[in-house]
Design a protein around this ligand. Structure first.
Ligand SMILES: CCCCCCCC/C=C\CCCCCCCC(=O)N[C@@H](CO)[C@H](O)/C=C/CCCCCCCCCCCCC
Ligand SMILES: [Ca+2]
Ligand SMILES: [Zn+2]
Length: 270
């Protein structure tokens, strides 16, 4: 029988299947724990939208795009793990691609903006939008290569974090950046072990652990990028790292960037 595009919505149409046993917990969800572990994407990013309200008004509005895309990453991942469909896999991967590109377009320090674009961030954001469209089309060609390629974003992400942390004088930012790097390393270890060592380790929850840790690593890295960006672009607003619900909770609180209240809003890089 001829194959139709609707087949890609069918459960198990994806070639990817994680270590967790399918339909082992409840009969309507393929990978129950891999699905529910995405709940963290529905808790932290909405809180960040609230905590970064001042930042979005005084520094750059596109910060909200990053947080919203992180929620979409979580939703895509829920759909993928609950069905293991190819469409679910593509939504999951394309959302990750977009959040990484949105973070890059928003926070890449001005000194690294291409000379060819005269250091103009608007033009850079236009270029990244073009890259997003082209790479989204390419992602549909060989879906099995996507997650390997997405890991490449971890390289500039980590290099940028380390470069900025080395010249950072705020110990709280260094603390959050270091925690982000640690979560990232442990998360990658879990992802690789679940993918390639399932038969040996026989531990089906490593991919669930990855979801939680990659969410922590990426939101903490984004908070650091947001701090570095504000310190370079609007130093007069004295950006400062604070923690929700209280500044004394530097280990378990949610870090965010606060600024001096300005009478006139300076919409840099809207
Ligand atoms: C200017 C810096 C550019 C880099 C910015 C990085 C911002 C990262 C923001 C969010 C990434 C969230 C990724 C969540 C993935 C959750 C969904 C998931 O688990 N999908 C899997 C299937 O279910 C899929 O196999 C995963 C594929 C690989 C994802 C690779 C993500 C790369 C993220 C890079 C993070 C850099 C953090 C650096 C910390 C030191
Ligand atoms: Ca499975
Ligand atoms: Zn996953």
């Amino acid at each position: 029988m001829a194959r139709s595009m609707w087949d890609d919505f069918l459960p198990h149409s994806s070639e990817v299947d994680w270590c967790e046993n399918n339909y082992a917990t409840i009969p309507i969800i393929a990978e129950f724990w891999n699905t529910v572990s995405n709940s963290i994407f529905f808790i932290i990013p909405p809180l960040l939208i609230y905590l970064f309200k001042q930042y979005s008004q005084q520094v750059c509005r596109s910060v909200n795009l990053v947080w919203v895309l992180l929620i979409i990453v979580g939703a895509g991942s829920v759909y993928f793990h609950s069905t293991l469909s190819l469409v679910g896999q593509l939504i999951d991967e394309i959302a990750i691609l977009w959040v990484c590109l949105a973070a890059l377009a928003t926070w890449l320090p001005s000194k690294y903006l291409p000379q060819l674009l005269q250091g103009d961030r608007r033009k850079f954001q236009g270029l990244i939008a073009g890259v997003a469209v082209v790479s989204t089309c390419l992602a549909l060609v060989k879906p099995e290569l996507n997650h390997g390629l997405l890991f490449l974003f971890g390289v500039p992400g980590t290099v940028l974090l380390i470069l900025e942390l080395r010249s950072c004088k705020c110990p709280l930012v260094v603390h959050v950046g270091t925690m982000s790097a640690i979560w990232w390393c442990v998360a990658v270890l879990c992802w690789v072990s679940d993918r390639f060592l399932c038969n040996i380790l026989q531990f089906p929850y490593l991919h669930s652990a990855w979801h939680i840790m990659v969410c922590l690593a990426s939101y903490m890295a984004c908070v650091c990028y947001a701090y570095f960006y504000a310190s370079h672009e609007v130093p007069e607003q004295c950006p400062r790292l604070r923690f929700w619900p209280h500044d004394r909770h530097t280990w378990f609180g949610i870090p965010y960037v606060s600024l001096l209240v300005t009478a006139v809003k300076s919409y840099k890089n809207l």
